[in-house]
Design a protein around this ligand. Structure first.
Ligand SMILES: Nc1ncnc2c1ncn2[C@@H]1O[C@H](COP(=O)(O)OP(=O)(O)OP(=O)(O)O)[C@@H](O)[C@H]1O
Ligand SMILES: [Mg+2]
Length: 421
């Protein structure tokens, strides 16, 4: 079992068992970088497997048989289910891989395990085990949220938001299907189980999103009732409204991310404020579109929200400027702000204004920053300056030119970002 598949391919997995010789062998498709899984007893029901690779790990409640195997360092999860559902699960998880929505990573799919393609044992999905992860269901059936209730519910809601931003309708968001794990001091939530999910490149309507939210509310209430029942508590004690609470958070986050806003033309710094709030939620802003309204005295702006590794590349593409990811995010905000002040009404000028911004704003400021004694990292200093300019703008309620902010920043002793909290 030490072999590794070098590309996604299908191979015959039958190992010559007498009882099933009349049947064609199961078809095993494994993605590159994973063991080939050829020697596993695919013709037998997963529940009856008795192979040394099996390991016991905690898991959520599941309709299907789910087992874990250790392939020599890496752990995989095998789920047995009918072929159609397995294919859907596999394909949606694969599509999500390139997106910013976190989901378990599919490693392969096995079909043709039984003559009947609709049989429960007809197929199997293999995913990479998400280390250090637990389902909400396990947590709530055990220790509970403790002091982390708010953060845990936010993290749950974020996952649904991220999926909807990726145009993914889940159809089965539940306590067992949301995994969480700690990531430094943050909570990362991960989708498991995409059997009922579908991706709609044309976008999800509000009605469709609400339908998904309603399924979540029902599933969560069912899960909470179940947990209470198993613990011998009455339904009155079960937190049946928890799904509603998650839905409320979901809607708040969605509104913050997606709602168009109209601002007075002289208060463009409020775009930066909104971007800050969105960044604080853990999302990134890819683009800002501005349309003048009410004869130009107001601007309507719309933000496109994306993943977390986007900015460095975007800044490089647009301007040729190299920066770290978070620096790039700050600097792009500056570029958007510049565009809003100069060419906001004309999207066709966006690229031209990016070049103009680099020459007139960025380069000249970087040269000036480099010449200051004690400034060792001019790009970081530029970011500090941007933050300072933003503070001045919010205090004074007006757009502050960079040159003015620079003099003020130097006079103030070149302050950096305030510490978190
Ligand atoms: N890749 C993975 N990493 C970690 N845990 C996993 C993974 N895949 C599945 N699990 C665990 O196994 C459980 C069941 O998996 P899954 O939800 O895919 O099964 P299911 O039978 O389709 O569930 P449902 O009853 O919701 O249809 C999950 O709740 C999770 O705890
Ligand atoms: Mg499940």
């Amino acid at each position: 079992m030490g072999r590794t598949a070098h590309e996604s391919r299908s191979v015959s997995g039958r190992t010559g068992r007498d009882s099933l010789v009349a049947m064609p062998p199961p078809s095993i498709t494994i993605r590159a970088g994973n063991p080939d899984f050829v020697e596993y007893p695919w013709e037998e029901p997963l529940a009856t497997w008795d192979i040394p690779q099996l390991v016991d790990l905690p898991k959520g409640i599941s309709r299907h048989t789910v087992r874990f195997v250790d392939t020599g360092g890496r752990i995989y999860v095998i789920k047995e289910l009918p072929e159609r559902a397995a294919r859907n699960d596999y394909e949606v998880l694969r599509d999500l891989e390139g997106s910013s929505a976190p989901a378990v990573v599919p490693a392969g799919i096995v079909t043709g395990r039984t003559a009947d393609r609709h049989a429960e044992e007809s197929a199997a999905l293999i995913t990479r085990y998400e280390s250090f992860s637990f389902s909400y269901r396990e947590l709530l059936a055990g220790a509970g949220f403790g002091g982390n209730r708010t953060r845990m519910l936010d993290a749950f809601a974020y996952l649904l938001v991220q999926l909807h931003l990726t145009d993914c309708f889940w159809g089965d968001c539940s306590l067992s299907n949301v995994l969480y794990r700690w990531d430094a001091d943050a909570i990362r939530t991960i989708m498991v189980d995409a059997e009922t999910a579908s991706i709609h490149p044309q976008g999800l309507s509000d009605g469709r999103r609400e339908e998904d939210v309603a399924i979540m509310i029902e599933n969560v209430a069912g899960g909470m009732a179940d947990i209470a029942g198993l613990a011998g508590r009455s339904l009155d004690e079960a937190d049946l409204m928890m799904g509603e609470e998650i839905a409320e958070r979901y809607r708040d986050i969605w509104r913050e991310l997606r709602q168009d806003e109209v601002i007075p033309a002289g208060e463009r710094y409020r775009i930066a404020e909104r971007i800050e709030r969105i960044n604080a939620l853990g999302f990134d802003v890819e683009e800002v579109d501005l349309v003048p309204v009410t004869g130009g005295s107001e601007l309507r702006f719309h933000l496109s929200v994306g993943g977390r590794t986007f900015h460095r590349q975007r800044l490089r593409d647009l301007t040729g400027v190299e920066a770290l990811e978070n620096q790039a995010r700050q600097i792009l905000t500056d570029l958007f702000y510049y565009q809003a002040r100069h060419d906001g009404a004309n999207p066709a000028l966006k690229n031209v204004s990016a070049v103009r911004w680099r020459a007139s704003e960025f380069e000249s400021t970087i040269i000036r920053l480099r010449s200051i004694d004690g400034v060792s990292d001019p790009v970081q200093a530029y970011c500090d300056l941007l933050y300072h300019r933003y503070v001045m703008a919010t205090e004074q309620g007006r757009d502050v030119p960079t040159s003015e902010a620079l003099e003020n920043w130097i006079a103030a002793g070149r302050p950096g970002y305030p510490p978190p909290g």
